[in-house]
Design a protein around this ligand. Structure first.
Ligand code: DGY
Length: 322
């Protein structure tokens, strides 16, 4: 009997087809999200579990795994929903899908930057509501991007791809990262490195969060740091909701401490804090940074390669270390 691969969500058709050809796979045809009970049942039965960001693989789940479960192949880059330390202690290999959604997620960040600074969603809503009376010299004014400062927190693949896009819009690129990127790359991007995140924040017109969510980056944009932002500055988040203190962000919008936000990710997805919905200066999208046909198929192909290599007895390239 071939090892059982259980997939928790419906994946693009071509990906599922290839999985059926290669593996003894159990797919999720109706795409009903697995409950904790379903996940526990799956880890008791599967040899490989293919997860997504919507599956919380906590200790509660991992403590129930049967010895057969040897791999969690995540469909996505972020693995903050998986208790990596417990997985390692259980001898489970965890993989993800880096590199194939970089461009799309950077596009999304750029879209939020453009959209919020030029009040695109607000204008569209006004027009659809029949409230647009006439062109006005003083109506719907936003902020010009050229010569403004963009501060990127987390200069990995997506941060760099965003920087290149933003540069062509005339933004000055600044960044804070665990480590300075290499000089050649920094020069190519034309980016300025700040060792002090606090100091960088005080000088930026736009701040974009592009770091992964880890215990170290949780609430990296804390209430104190949000308070350091310029009054006319915008915050963009396309990574994970928990890198921002969301309650503090709502406070900052209510108190007009910052100019606005562009968010694709939230603290309790998909349950958005209803207070966020009150702000015209909040451009909100439903976690769709990697939502292109191309990215979602490429993510599936990565999962297939990782699982195949693993089941063939080799070490997959996209192993995530705890
Ligand atoms: C990712 O790849 O991390 C996306 O946010 C979907 O999980």
């Amino acid at each position: 009997m071939k090892p059982l691969v259980i997939v928790t969500r419906k994946l693009p058709a071509s990906v599922e087809l290839r999985m059926k050809e290669l593996f003894n796979v159990r797919l999720n045809g109706d795409d009903k999200v697995f409950t904790q009970k379903d996940l526990i049942a799956a880890v008791k039965e599967a040899h490989v579990l293919v997860t997504t960001v919507t599956d919380k693989i906590s200790w509660d789940v991992l403590s129930k795994v049967a010895p057969d479960l040897k791999m969690i192949a995540n469909y996505g880059v972020g693995v903050d929903h998986i208790d990596l330390v417990s997985a390692r202690n259980k001898g489970i290999t965890v993989t993800n899908t880096p590199g194939v959604l970089t461009e799309d997620t950077a596009d999304m960040a750029m879209l939020l930057i453009l959209g919020i600074t030029r009040r695109m969603s607000e204008g569209e809503k006004m027009l659809r509501a029949g409230k647009w009376k006439i062109w006005s010299p003083t109506g719907m004014l936003g902020m010009r991007l050229r010569d403004k400062n963009l501060g990127i927190i987390g200069m990995g693949r997506i941060g760099q791809a965003l920087a290149l896009r933003a540069k062509t819009f005339g933004l000055n690129i600044h960044y804070h990262n665990r480590q300075k990127i290499d000089d050649g790359l920094e020069k190519n991007i034309g980016a300025t490195y700040w060792t002090s995140l606090d100091q960088m924040i005080t000088q930026m017109d736009i701040i974009s969060l592009n770091c992964s969510s880890t215990p170290d980056t949780r609430h990296i944009m804390s209430r104190r740091r949000i308070g350091l932002m310029k009054k006319n500055a915008y915050l963009i988040n396309t990574t994970r909701g928990d890198v921002v203190d969301e309650d503090a962000l709502i406070w900052a919008l209510e108190e007009e401490i910052i100019a606005g936000v562009g968010l694709d990710v939230y603290k309790n997805e998909p349950n958005i804090n209803p207070r966020l919905l009150n702000f015209d200066n909040a451009l909100l999208t439903p976690h769709m940074g990697s939502a292109t046909d191309e990215a979602r198929i490429a993510m599936g192909e990565k999962v297939i390669m990782n699982v195949k290599i693993f089941l063939d007895g080799h070490s997959p390239r996209d192993r995530v270390l705890a």
